[in-house]
Design a protein around this ligand. Sequence first.
Ligand code: ZN
Length: 387
Amino acid sequence: MTSAERTWLATRLPDLLADLQALIGCESPSADLAAVRRSADLIAAVGSRRLGVAPELVEVDGCSHLRWRFGTGPNRVLILAHHDTVWPIGTLLEHPWSISGNVIRGPGTVDMKAGLLQAIYAIAALIEQGEPVDGVCLLVTGDEEIGSPTSRALIEDEARGCAACFVLEGAGPGRSLKTGRKGTSGYRIQITGRAAHAGAEPEKGINAGVELAHLILTIAGMGVPEVGTTVTPTVAGAGTTTNTVPAAAYLLVDVRARTRQEQDRVHRSMLELAPTLPGAVLTVLGEPNRPPMEVTSGAALFERARAIGLRDGLGELQQSSVGGGSDGNFTAGIGVPTLDGLGAVGGGAHADNEHILLDELLPRTGLLVGLIREVLADKAVDPGAPS
Ligand SMILES: [Zn+2]
């Protein structure tokens, strides 16, 4: 960061805080499409004021996303943020906006309205200093917290061919950047047995509940915790009345894996499941839904961030690998180098003590400025050139 930039950013801090307070005051639970629309309108107004240009409003199945595109390259950088939160309308009454010393509280601060504003201010910093932002796209989606059903295609289309994707989710432990996120898969297994009277002739039944018990143990054994693969039976049910051999049972399974290879291995094992009881029938539904963000995807970008951090006084930045997914899983999944956790430093995402640290807002914004500038300045890679 140049000293001019440092000064520029410092003079904008009051604006940034005022914008953040306004965004936190506009509650935006993912499931409430009208609330998400109000939030999108507010962010469009705030962003237009700071960036000097209005976004495109992209509505998919009623969900409001925003897209700012600045030119077309030669290098392209995608910056990802989301404006929905997990908090229902009315949460503000219990957990109001507050600034106390270095701590800012409010629903959606760390996840991720502060990060969203850091992205807007980083791009504004470049624009106002007359630096090129040609090739930058800022995509602000409205359904990340429910798995991005309407934005996934939009994200992947925008990411394709980009030199880098920066994700503004909150920082990891110890203010780390996130280079790894596990992939997730979900399954539902239906077990069909045969009913019979539990007193009169239980031997004529096929007990779907007993089959379920075998299955739970088999499936729990598919995990390999040493490499980060967890396979967790989570919800189950069997039977109808206390005196009937259960004719049906079901089981839900949550799978997390650090690598695509492990995610695929578990998937194959799930499809190959065979019943233990003679005559029982298994139906396995489900598949991988978020691919893993493998550590290799963001390794080079992390090294870059680390160097910028050392140069700009952010100290030695660490990287972390986490279990939860983000939209970074999708961009990494299609092969775009992805660095996540660039947003606010704080804690309590999805929890009552959600907060961010005030004194980290500007340094993190400066870090993003540096990363965008460096990637745009790289010699453009011509995908058609012989190597
Ligand atoms: Zn988030």
